[in-house]
Design a protein around this ligand. Structure first.
Ligand code: C2E
Ligand code: CA
Ligand code: CA
Ligand code: CA
Length: 274
């Protein structure tokens, strides 16, 4: 032990309390925000790698009307998961997004689903209810789940994916490349898409290690009959390399940031005309 050990403990405790206080405050704010309609859903285009047309959008939660100031999802989704508020929040996103996207031709919709939602026995029934209420065709809906959860719950995931597939929906593996999914599991899950994480695109130049890694991941996915989408595409060079490597869809600031519905519709209509 070093001198000042006692002080360090005191500082640690203060930081701990501050973190806990912050979480408690945000928990209360989420509850209020849901009741008062402070949340919003933005849409980010996913384009066909070859035609450049917008073929799908990913729904991303936003909190623009939080009186304390906007908070990005990475700063409150964890808290909502810990408190169980992810269930009403997730259903808000799904319902709003289905309602918004339903009238837009054959545009597909991707919705992020937290492990806690996917695990929830009521989720499948709630999804069916929303689809019915919004008259959203299940074939146009895809869920995105992250890799981390798979390792802990392989059987549950396989069953849930199967159920959704039987009803016409599809499930994508999000953030691919950030976890350690084995090839064996990847094959048995029944995902229709994998989504290559932005972190794999860093330093993506022809001949680079990053390029070999991404090319390998795409070949693997194609070999397992999955389609591949790359997220976080910011440069023409990345897009070009991904196209050549066989990536089917691209998503990233190069094609459009997450945006309000009206802006997304305008971009989609422009893209349909080309
Ligand atoms: P994610 O599902 O991996 O979503 C992609 C994130 O990357 C989004 O951040 C998006 O805005 C950002 N992004 C997309 N293209 C680019 C790019 O070219 N460059 C850069 N720098 N970033 C890009 P966002 O909207 O802040 O969301 C962060 C995370 O929060 C999401 O990561 C997702 O895990 C979670 N999230 C967002 N909305 C929901 C939701 O409705 N439900 C759940 N469960 N999670 C959500
Ligand atoms: Ca996602
Ligand atoms: Ca992702
Ligand atoms: Ca992510």
């Amino acid at each position: 032990a070093k001198t000042g050990g006692k002080n360090q403990v005191a500082i640690y405790n203060a930081a701990f309390d501050e973190g806990r206080l912050h979480r408690l405050a945000v928990e209360a704010q989420i509850g209020r925000g849901l009741a008062r309609g402070e949340f919003e859903v933005f849409y980010q285009p996913e384009v066909d790698a070859w035609t450049g047309r917008i073929v799908a959008v990913e729904a991303l939660l936003r909190w623009p009307r939080r009186p304390e100031g906007p908070l990005p999802p990475d700063d409150f989704i964890d808290i909502a998961e810990a408190t169980g508020q992810i269930h009403p929040l997730g259903m808000f996103v799904l319902e709003r997004a289905c309602r918004d996207i339903a009238p837009l031709g054959d545009l597909r919709l991707s919705v992020n689903v937290s492990p806690a939602q996917f695990r929830d026995a009521h989720f499948e029934r709630q999804v069916a209810h929303v689809l019915e209420q919004t008259r959203f065709p299940p074939e146009r809906l895809q869920f995105e789940i992250t890799e981390g959860y798979l390792l802990a719950n392989p059987e549950r995931v396989v069953r849930a994916v199967e159920t959704f597939k039987q009803r016409g929906m599809s499930v994508a593996l999000d953030d691919f490349g950030t976890g350690f999914t084995s090839i064996h599991y990847l094959r048995s899950y029944g995902f229709s898409h994998i989504k290559i994480d932005k972190s794999l695109l860093d330093g993506l130049a022809p001949g680079s290690k990053a390029a070999m890694l991404v090319t390998g991941a795409i070949m693997l996915a194609c070999g397992l009959d999955m389609r591949v989408i790359a997220e976080g595409v910011e440069t023409e060079q990345q897009a070009d390399l991904l196209r050549r490597a066989g990536c089917h869809k691209l998503q990233g600031y190069l094609f459009g940031k997450p945006m309000p519905l009206a802006d997304m519709i305008a971009a989609w209509e422009r893209s349909e005309r080309t």
